[in-house]
Ligand binder design. Structure first.
Ligand code: 4AD
Ligand code: MG
Length: 460
């Protein structure tokens, strides 16, 4: 007999004479001649109630099942006389894979996120983390569907690379050399002997490679892991995180912003309808204002303001900030959150930042002072998307590379792409984990990543 997912069973309109589920015991309650066993198989938040009668061959053993034990239950799906659930399973056979011992760490009480992080191998069995990772899966599928439906070509950009897209130097070196091997190079490039014959690291963004494909295939996107050695132990930075990066040829900043907004709103609406049960759990236990925040995102257009206007608002505000705000400095998380949470109370797209605080690839505006950059900022998190129109003019790009101290010899191919049918093009990167924080109300990025990697922490 094939196993059935509890998620499917709970949606059934009719009783089912014979079926089997497999999962883990959440609770067991005994009556005189039978037991109630709540079994969860991870397919959805709800478990199913199993009725085990004393006529079962191994009923003695069944009465020893404790939280965490693994079972296969064969039986019949019938309407439950109880009020708490529509369906229950009357067991005809219960196979026990393994009893969980008394010291099973997940007892029926609320555990702190910190404790659950310390048992990362077991935390997906909890309601909260089961929910986070079901939503993560649903959202990842929807990202691919969203772009596929709009005829975007999916490009697998490399993870190992010799370039630093953001120019921030936050790179994890990838090498096969041993620490001492670097010394022998006497004045020559010490990486000449390394695996790729040059300095290599893990990618911080697939953008530069995605651009090459956009300039051939039109609309493309990449969606994969990225790595940043930012030594900032904040609630919204991870060393390994996923980014979805669309790149569109023949597209300017205005179109790019409109597309980013449509994408975020579509994704939020999708999670709200497809993950209703799990989102409901987060709205009850994690963030009471979650449904309002998300409803607002789906219903109302995002605000758009220039960086200059954002600075003016922040300067006029009576709020106290730890970082000083002045024209020419980057916005800090506290500034972004003030704009989205306090001032506008909805997502804001800030555009046209000063050129000196943004990477080399962003297009220089006619004022020569700003670049065609945009950040999408949301309540509770701050920046969720960073993007821009790209500099398509070879000569201006060259000036920007020099000005930002990029070594143009490693980027010859990028510069070269501006010589053969170069066109205006734009794109952005959405931090997938930040999106998940938004739709779940979870405030620490570690808690939306199956096995988080942050400074000083790479357990599991
Ligand atoms: O703003 P960023 O650095 O932009 C880029 O990497 C561009 N190359 C994207 C592009 O235009 N194709 O990063 C994009 C987004 C941020 O808005 C944020 O959501 C997320 O990636 N992000 C991080 N998420 C988690 N941990 C970190 N350390 C992150 N750094 C950036
Ligand atoms: Mg950014």
């Amino acid at each position: 007999m094939n196993k059935t997912k509890i998620k499917r069973l709970l949606l059934s309109d009719t009783p089912i004479a014979s079926l089997q589920i497999r999962g883990w015991v959440r609770t067991r309650r005994d009556a005189k001649t039978f037991s109630f066993i709540e079994v969860n198989d991870g397919s959805c938040l709800s478990g199913i109630q199993v009725i085990a009668e004393d006529s079962l061959a191994n009923y003695e053993e069944v009465r020893r099942l404790s939280t965490g034990s693994a079972v296969a239950v064969s039986g019949e799906l019938r309407e439950s006389p109880g009020k708490a659930q529509k369906w229950e399973i009357l067991a005809t056979r219960i196979h026990i894979y393994q009893f969980a011992p008394e010291d099973y760490p997940l007892q029926k009480k609320r555990h702190t996120d910190e404790f659950l992080r310390s048992i990362g191998h077991l935390r997906p069995r909890t309601n909260k983390y089961g929910g986070v990772f079901r939503i993560r899966s649903e959202a990842a599928h929807e990202i691919h569907r969203f772009f596929h439906e709009r005829d975007f070509i999916y490009v697998h950009t490399p993870i190992l690379t010799g370039s630093d897209c953001e120019g921030a130097g936050e790179l994890f070196r990838a090498t096969t050399l041993e620490p001492g091997d670097h010394k022998e190079a006497d004045g020559k490039d010490p990486y000449a002997h390394d695996f790729f014959g040059q300095k290599t690291h893990l990618t911080v963004s697939g953008q530069l490679e995605a651009e090459m494909f956009a300039l051939a295939l039109g609309d493309v996107y990449t969606f994969g892991p990225t790595f940043r050695a930012e030594n900032s132990n904040t609630r919204r930075h991870a060393s390994e995180f996923w980014m979805v990066e669309p790149e569109m040829a023949f597209c300017d900043l205005a179109e790019n912003m409109a597309f980013a907004e449509a994408f975020v709103r579509h994704m939020v609406a999708h999670v709200l309808t497809r993950c209703e049960e799990d989102v409901g759990l987060f709205a009850r236990f994690v963030d009471k204002s979650l449904l309002d925040t998300l409803g607002n995102i789906v219903e109302k257009p995002f605000v758009r303001i220039s960086y200059q206007a954002a600075v003016d608002i922040l300067k006029k505000s009576t709020a106290t900030f730890s970082y000083e705000i002045s024209y020419g400095k980057d916005l800090q998380t506290e500034h972004e959150r003030y704009l989205a949470e306090t001032h506008f109370r909805q997502p804001v797209i800030v555009h046209d930042y000063p050129r000196q605080i943004k990477p080399f690839y962003m297009r220089v505006n006619d004022d020569e002072k700003t670049v065609a950059a945009m950040d999408v900022i949301v309540p509770g998190i701050g920046e969720i998307i960073g993007g821009s129109q790209r500099e398509e003019r070879a000569d201006v790009l060259e000036t920007r590379m020099a000005e930002t101290g990029m070594d143009d010899s490693s980027y010859w191919w990028y510069m070269d792409s501006r010589r053969y049918g170069s066109v205006p093009h734009s794109g952005f990167g959405l931090g997938f984990e930040r999106f998940l924080m938004l739709v779940t109300g979870v405030t620490n990025i570690r808690d939306v990543i199956p096995f988080p990697r942050t400074p000083g922490s790479i357990d599991f």
